[in-house]
Design a binder for this molecule. Sequence first.
Ligand SMILES: Nc1ncnc2c1ncn2[C@@H]1O[C@H](COP(=O)(O)OP(=O)(O)OP(=O)(O)O)[C@@H](O)[C@H]1O
Length: 304
Amino acid sequence: MEDVVIKTSGLTKDYGKGRGVFEIDLEVHKGEVFGFVGTNGSGKTTTIRNMMGFIRPDRGISAVNGLDSWKESAGIMKHVSYVPGEIAFPALKTGTEFLKTQAKYLGVTDFGYMNHVIEILQLDPTANLKRMSKGMKQKTAIVAALMGEKEILVLDEPTTGLDPLMREAFLGLVREEKQKGHTIFMSSYIFEEIEAVCDRVAMIKDGRIIDTVSLYDLRHPAVKNFIIEFGEAGEKQRFLQNTEFSAESRDEKSLTVQCRTSQLDALFLSLKDCQITNLQEIHRSLQQQFMSAYKEGLAQNGNN
Ligand SMILES: Nc1ncnc2c1ncn2[C@@H]1O[C@H](COP(=O)(O)OP(=O)(O)OP(=O)(O)O)[C@@H](O)[C@H]1O
């Protein structure tokens, strides 16, 4: 596909004893926010480090903008802003000094966007780098990465150490990047934040991709489930006895109904003479999707 910005195929880095990443196939398209979720030690950082050309794969390929990650890593760096999972700052005194060095390295001369990111994240960069809290270090690394305004962003657990308000502010920055048409690859173990900003998500477990889902598809399933609460128990019973939809009683006045999206009209029509006190769609969350892919994997491996 022409608009593929990041691609891995059969990517394998084997550290022995089942550790590492195995046969990783990913395609991230231009302008996409692509999430990468998995539990601790599942292989997110190893995949990202391969993508960035920091480590050499044992098998398979990784390419960014058509450039081989390992062989042409210098070329890749021209197009990619990167926030590492483990932040190690150079021996400089303050955040400001570090950001100035970074600006020089990246050739940034207009500091408008950098100051915007600093403001959004409420960072005081004048603080001593060594004495910064975990969250401040993380914010500084984000500012250092974003100031380059590159068209590809690779973020390894970028919200580590950020409080919920700052996480939300950071997700706003990700949305701004997407609006500019930039491509974002972001790892996380926090399902809610991936769900909030990503277009597609790959799930990794024990070094292998177990599922790739489109958030649009997750939010727009072909079959929907609703909780319907009736004003009176008798109405609920009448509905249950007469309906052609698959329905199950929940309690005296409420039930769950399963309905194909194409039959929503018919469902609502069948409810038109009932007194409904509440109607709520049951959404399948990314975490639920991950848990079922996880369990399926266990069952296939005969561990369940
Ligand atoms: N240099 C290395 N040598 C040996 N094993 C390694 C090395 N780097 C990573 N591993 C192992 O590979 C597996 C994947 O690690 P990785 O850091 O990629 O996971 P992760 O999903 O990023 O985890 P976390 O969310 O905890 O940061 C782990 O079992 C880890 O111990």
